[in-house]
Design a protein around this ligand. Structure first.
Ligand code: ADP
Ligand code: MG
Length: 394
């Protein structure tokens, strides 16, 4: 599969740029099993790398020019790496140009340039992180091609891609997506700790069950700006509580002394919505660790109920779900799935469903029927089998 895509992409690169690429790199999208909106709060997440990848055919240039094109976008972009800044380029090319610009700064070399043609096999804007797959594929290519970047680790490259998305593309992402794309372990989930940036591979211990991804194919414009707003509320809440990030809070404050005089509930009173947002982050961090333990114990019911509890928390406390995601979860559970939740930032995109192997068709059919009954376009289904991290294909 990888090599077929690489062959075809190399030929198209030749047609477009008049020369063969130096190589082809691939970086995966991801589905997050649990731990949503926790990464920018210094917390835990448990994603896996999808077998769906974005491919980047790249030829290094030493004149500092970037020429960027995608099979999924009608327009490319061309310009010197030194002109890249927030909003320039605007649109999709910012993810690629941004990485080149941050890497050029790091290498201390204004002449870092490239021709790049990308082919994305991660559904775009489906909450499965096509954006990080894009920036990470380009970032890994430059790391491998530019001598001054020799020795830059994958962990360091994560930071580069996050900066590119935050500072050039203007997306306030927290780092989970880039971490799993660059540092995944094949056939494993990845337990991420955003506080110390450590990653621990976690085995899938439920051989009779699999993860079904439901792409609702909706994206609500309402979501624009909401991600940033959630992030800002969390930062304001942490500051009001006197901690560097919400991760520093002892989750026990929730049951022990949440309401006491000068307790967290009182302190947060003046910040709109802070209370339920903080509650989501604290309970979600606990769910990640509980789910890892449940996997170790091969406790299917517990894994499922933690996923479903995560969905309820994102819907009610964090308020980032939407009717199509709620419908998916409800229909999947109604059809007998042990657990289901929205995955990714929310306001549309995808849900992830834990389902017995023998019942995949039936659960998918129930979800599709629920969509049809509501007059919605049919959702798309993907099997989430954990794949390898970003790598050079040729
Ligand atoms: P997600 O990362 O969940 O897919 P985002 O909104 O974060 O959703 O990122 C989607 C955006 O990433 C697209 O709108 C586009 O700008 C960019 N993108 C991702 N993959 C490609 C690609 N192969 N070609 C062009 N743009 C892409
Ligand atoms: Mg994204």
């Amino acid at each position: 599969m990888d090599t077929d895509v690489a062959d075809s992409l190399s030929t198209q690169f030749l047609d477009r740029f008049g020369d063969l690429p130096d190589g082809v790199w691939a970086a995966p999208g991801r589905v997050n099993l649990v731990g949503e909106h926790t990464d920018y709060n210094g917390g835990y997440a448990l994603p896996l790398a999808l077998p769906h990848r974005t491919y980047a055919a790249v030829r290094r240039r030493d004149d500092g020019l970037l020429r960027v094109a995608s099979l999924q976008a009608p327009h490319g972009w061309e310009g010197p790496v030194t002109t890249v800044r927030q909003g320039s380029p605007d649109g999709w090319a910012a993810y690629v140009a941004g990485v080149a610009s941050v890497l050029a700064e790091r290498a201390g070399a204004a002449e870092v340039g490239m021709d790049v043609l990308v082919d994305g096999h991660v559904p775009l804007g489906a909450g499965l992180s096509s954006s990080a797959a894009l920036s990470c594929s380009a970032g890994l290519a430059l790391r491998d091609l530019v001598p001054q970047l020799d020795g830059l680790s994958e962990a360091e490259l994560v930071g580069v891609c996050v900066r590119a998305e935050n500072e050039v593309a203007g997306a306030a992402t927290g780092g989970m997506d880039q971490t799993v794309s660059l540092r995944a372990v094949d056939e494993h989930l990845l337990l991420l700790d955003a506080r110390d940036r450590s990653v621990v591979p976690v085995a899938w211990t439920l051989p009779d069950h699999e993860l079904l991804v439901v792409d609702t194919r909706v994206h609500h414009a309402l979501g624009d700006g909401q991600y940033e707003r959630r992030r800002r509320t969390c930062e304001e809440a942490a500051a009001a509580l006197g901690v560097g990030s919400l991760r520093e809070l002892d989750p026990e404050v929730l049951d022990r002394d949440w309401e006491r005089p000068a307790g967290p509930a009182r302190v947060l009173h003046g910040i709109p919505d802070a209370l339920p947002r903080v509650r989501h982050v604290l309970t979600e961090n606990e769910r990640v660790l509980d789910l890892v333990a449940a996997l170790r114990e091969q406790d299917v019911a517990r894994v499922g109920s933690l996923m479903t509890a995560s969905h309820a928390s994102l819907r009610d406390d964090y308020e980032v779900s939407c009717p199509e995601l709620d419908l998916t979860v409800e229909a999947a559970l109604g059809a007998g799935a042990p657990g289901a939740r929205m995955t990714g930032g929310g306001f549309g995109g995808s849900a992830v469903v834990l389902v017995a192997r023998t019942e995949v068709e039936q659960v998918a059919e129930s979800v599709a029927q629920a969509f049809a009954r509501e007059g919605l376009d049919a959702p798309a289904f993907l099997h989430a089998v954990p794949g390898p991290p970003a790598h050079r294909v040729r």
